[in-house]
Design a binder for this molecule. Sequence first.
Ligand code: 5GP
Length: 253
Amino acid sequence: MARRKKIYEGKAKILYEGPEPGTIVQYFKDDATAFNAEKRDVIDGKGVLNNRLSEFFMVGLNSIGVPTHFLKRLNMREQLVRSCEIIPLEVIVRNFAAGTMAKRLGIEEGTPLPRPIVEYCYKDDKLGDPLVTEEHIAAFGWASQQDMDDILSLALRVNDFMSGLMYGVGIKLVDFKIEIGRVYDGDYQRLVVADEISPDSCRLWDIETGRKLDKDVFRRDLGNLTDAYTEVARRLGVMPANATPMEKPKLIN
Ligand code: 5GP
């Protein structure tokens, strides 16, 4: 097989040139990093789980009319996505206080928020992805006002979809981060949900027990990360091909 051209290697994924112009192959690695890569490890099977879970969420979003970059899964670790210009923002949606917001504002983790709070961080590893306001985004030209309206609407639609899906399998969606890409269709451009949606980029707590089923297990040394991600996949009925099949969970109407 011909060697593929690597476009970019990040902390958890590698991007290769896709088979058709305008496509990219997204490869999910087993590497886990936290605290701006100060903490790192290789977690067997994480990439396979995130590839499947991200596919599941993106396909669901596409099916309810929320545009994403996802085209199809290629194999255990790779998916074909539309190439897009990533807007240099991490878009964070929070339903409960946790993580950096809980710390910054002195609010106890788990406190329900009266409405979803959307935050923006400037994507720059060297600066540690600092929190920015819409004033910074406009002043430095990272996105236009129209983009910001569309980003907010996408973020809230993803939140509604993901919260409902998770609630149906007994999981609380505490918060999550998405990235937004710009795609061009002829003379038109539109925004799509890009990158990945997985337990690496969400906080997921078991509704009954409060058990953490996301990357905080790694960040805070709370146990086995693959077990936590497998539990999320099992509940959603998204199983890696080599895992033991289990009964699909019943969704609560
Ligand atoms: P916090 O700001 O509390 O650290 O994170 C808020 C949410 O966004 C969490 O669900 C966290 O996993 C996600 N998040 C924030 N920054 C990053 C990042 O750089 N990479 C990933 N994968 N997720 C992030």
